[in-house]
Design a protein around this ligand. Sequence first.
Ligand code: TZP
Ligand code: MG
Length: 212
Amino acid sequence: MNYDLYIITDQRISHGKSHLEVAEAALTGGATVIQFRDKEMEDSEAIEVCRKIYELTKKKGISFIVNDRVEVTRIVQADGVHLGQEDQSLDFARKILNQNQIIGISVDTAEQAIEAEKEGADYLGVGPIYPTATKLDAGRALGVTRLKEIKEAVSIPVIAIGGIDEDNLEEVLRAGADGVAVISAVVGAPDITQACRKLKNKIEYIKKKLNR
Ligand code: TZP
Ligand code: MG
């Protein structure tokens, strides 16, 4: 699984583009993971949208993750689900999903990270690393020192999120992030494909430089 550039769909900042259109543009730009994230949509509609995104990602051999919705993840047989600390538990998700489906967990401390790894999380999301306006209840920025601390505490992949753009990309990768999850810098850009491609090229360049 390649977590390099993990793009999260968001219809609120996409200048009228649908989740599917956002996903399509990001895939063309080289996203390595697509996550469907919508806090308002009814599950019935989310299932329809996720089925279409899933089909698209499979054509490209890219992973598709669903935010929050364990049941939707099961129904559309997405590659996995991403859960926050306040969402359904990892244990519950494991019971509902197949053994080969991925479960990602949001953590903001090394303690939570160790706990999630012990419970069988496949990867961790850590953030917000920088201030962000995209998630209003995201809490204070954690900074890259915390990211480094978490990375050193676990052996599963650690994905940085929150306020990440091409200017701070190198700092988060240097702190140990295995990949970056991005919303506004890509989804809010006038040209999603181009914004994505630019970030992707930069990630590959920095990783090569860091021998990773
Ligand atoms: N979780 C922590 S920060 C965040 C989420 C979903 C928002 C990330 O969006 P952006 O626009 O890349 O800061
Ligand atoms: Mg959540």
